[in-house]
Ligand binder design. Structure first.
Ligand SMILES: [Fe+2]
Ligand SMILES: [Fe+2]
Length: 177
């Protein structure tokens, strides 16, 4: 596997762990148990910030190359781009909803849970689509030379949560995982 795909795959494993943690807290919330909303917020912050600044831009560049070398992948790559945009909006809606619930603004529990589940479902479906459809296409169609030509150093910046120099703002989240 190319190093870039391996890097993206590792990101997916990390993202799945954060999604599981968010779901765990949501279940507590749903069951009227004390739920740690700030952990949910931190998890979302990581997923949206790291996702939007590093993970998705890297994928967008890799899969633009995939589309170039094999135009038959266009439909799948377009779906991926649309999902990135949709996830950005759903992530923002979820983060705003957490803030509303935390500040006890008038947000119904049911509406909050709907926004939350919508995000989790789409995020997981997206990861699955990439792992089962897009990554195999990239492995098949992108040549070793193409991989070597792609300079992705910037987007492969250190992960602020799982990297060796983790950002202190994620300390609580890191120890909760
Ligand atoms: Fe993606
Ligand atoms: Fe991804």
């Amino acid at each position: 596997m190319s190093q870039i795909l391996e890097h993206l795959h590792q990101d997916h494993i990390h993202m799945a762990r954060v999604l599981d943690l968010i779901e765990r807290e949501l279940k507590r919330f749903n069951g009227n148990l004390p739920a740690d909303l700030s952990l949910i917020y931190d998890g979302l912050h990581y997923l949206t910030q790291h996702g939007d600044r590093c993970h998705h831009p890297l994928e967008d560049r890799v899969f633009a190359r995939l589309e170039e070398v094999n135009p038959s992948t266009r439909e799948a790559v377009n779906r991926l781009r649309e999902e990135h945009e949709a996830l950005y909006a759903k992530g923002k809606a979820f983060r705003d909803a957490v803030r509303d619930v935390e500040s006890e603004a008038a947000m119904e529990r049911r509406s909050f849970l709907e926004v939350a589940q919508d995000y989790l479902q789409h995020q997981r479906r997206h990861l699955d689509f990439e792992e089962t459809t897009i990554f195999p296409m990239a492995r098949t169609h992108i040549s070793t030379k193409d991989w070597d030509d792609m300079d992705m150093a910037e987007e492969r910046a250190t992960d602020p949560l799982f990297g060796s120099n983790a950002d202190p703002e994620y300390q609580r989240l890191r120890s909760a995982l």
